[in-house]
Design a protein around this ligand. Structure first.
Ligand SMILES: [Zn+2]
Length: 240
């Protein structure tokens, strides 16, 4: 399997890698800085360079069966065995990291103040995202309250830790039990956990910033009902 360098260091923007296979949906590398779409976070884009050539990576996805990370290229792929340099579209990815971290903080605020769990969520490029909660009621006023609390917490510049916990420890952690940690497939051990100090802790494969100060300020731009006990908030990050 590809060594997913981003899972240990989300701030790597480039790496050298070897092409190990060309699948129908994309290039397989022995290591990569490209995050594959999943968990509501878009796949990375960027460039692969080799010799005097290059090709754009239009998306990065995971193969549904094998779980391999596939770099979907826009043009002729490099040959198997080639040494390539991976270069991320960093400004786009960094926005995803800020947005993803904001969603964790939002879920932490809603759980702490309202005891409501997350039922779904998704990120777009450009600092836009939505999250759905097991709430009975939603209002513009609640949106304003949550926005104020969220921005106060983010401004405290809380550290964001990436942990690799032994499965048994993760399953026994009360903070993780509420995020349905038991649904993580049994083969996964250790379990990667994102811990935003004092705000939110959950098993997660995505990329995040190092501290909440990097998120900047967030606006709750829309609140809506998506049915009984399912209410949605849309957020937009301010430019950094
Ligand atoms: Zn996350």
């Amino acid at each position: 399997m590809t060594d997913a360098l981003f899972s240990r260091d989300a701030y790597l923007t480039t790496c050298d890698a070897t092409v190990v296979a060309i699948a129908a949906a994309g290039v397989v590398l022995d290591r990569t800085v490209f995050y594959a779409r999943g968990g509501g976070q878009p796949g990375d884009t960027g460039t692969l360079r080799w010799d005097d050539r290059f090709v754009s990576v239009a998306d990065t996805v995971k193969d549904r069966d094998s779980g391999e990370i596939l770099h979907a290229v826009d043009g002729d792929p490099p040959p198997v065995g080639a040494t390539v340099t991976c270069e991320l579209d960093w400004s786009r990815r960094y926005m995803h990291m800020r947005t993803h971290t904001a969603l964790h903080a939002l879920s932490g605020v809603i759980f702490t103040d309202h005891g409501a769990k997350v039922t779904g969520g998704n990120m777009e490029s450009g600092g836009i995202a939505r999250m759905d909660f097991e709430l009975d009621a939603m209002s513009a006023e609640l949106g304003r309250d949550v926005e104020a609390k969220l921005n106060r917490l983010l401004a405290e510049d809380r550290p964001v830790h990436v942990l690799f916990l032994p499965r048994a420890d993760a399953l026994a952690d009360p903070d993780l039990i509420r995020t349905k940690i038991d649904l993580v497939p049994p083969a996964i051990d250790p379990i990667r956990v994102i811990d935003i100090e004092g705000i939110d802790k959950q098993a997660d494969g995505g990329t995040h910033v190092r501290s909440t100060g990097e998120v900047g300020t967030v606006r709750v731009v829309k609140t809506e009902s998506k049915g009984k006990a399912n209410k949605r908030m849309r957020i937009q990050l301010d430019p950094s």
